[in-house]
Design a protein around this ligand. Sequence first.
Ligand code: G3P
Ligand code: CA
Length: 283
Amino acid sequence: DALEQQLADLQDFQVIAHRGASGHAPEHTWPSYERALEMGADYLELDLHMSADGELVAIHDETLERTTDGEGQVKDHTLAELKALDAGSWFNQAHPERADDAFAGAELLTLDEVIERYGDDVRYYIETKSPERYPELQRALVETLEAEGLVASGSVVIQSFSRDSLQQVHALNADIPLVQLVWYSPAEDGEGLTEWTGVTPAPAEITDADFQAIADYAVGIGPNVTFEGEDVIDAGFVEQAHANGLLVHPYTINERDEMRRLLDWGVDGMFTNFPDRLSEVVE
Ligand code: G3P
Ligand code: CA
């Protein structure tokens, strides 16, 4: 069936358009998503937060300042307030060489709007952000996906840095393929991978038991690759993940040399702001 087809397709290399084609257009807006699909991305990556009135909104940060003309926390604004913001003009100022008048005034989007436009024509790689802030997020997300038939159609992967969030999703619907994100940061003290937010010396020290704990609920792992210019994973990490039955989808890879290097390591896909570039390198 379609879900089995999705799992089979995940064995091939996946181009994951990070916040859309966010190197070319303002992240998480229609121009960014449209370009990603024109560029043939396999998955559209969405980061989700929740508005004050409980709507799932595609935005990366907890706060509005970086990518909109608004101020404060996403969670303190109603959807109507969020929809009134300009989520495009910042990009023209930050990237004059890629500026486009059409980006000015681009709106933030809800998950519902994105699904309404693309349905099951597109695959979505959805991240639950800051789940501790939004206890209702997992349930709202799974209900929406189920209601739209997007789990059965094999259209969704859910990813999170939060193990708890992924396990909540898994308990609600065990059919959704999950990816555990990890952030390896040798500069921080910590308890190792048990914190699920990174924290090991480079290269990442991760045991088969760690990988197996993830494989219990997830189909893959999404690591960062470098920290302050130093590698935090290596080819052996990829090999060990594979030996434990996990896919490896590193983030966020924008330079051709880095793409080639990771392809040599045998990764199964990459998050990139430049899906056109990644597709070229894969060819
Ligand atoms: O979801 C993969 C990657 O996007 C994680 O980092 O901060 O860009 O959401 P971030
Ligand atoms: Ca993300």
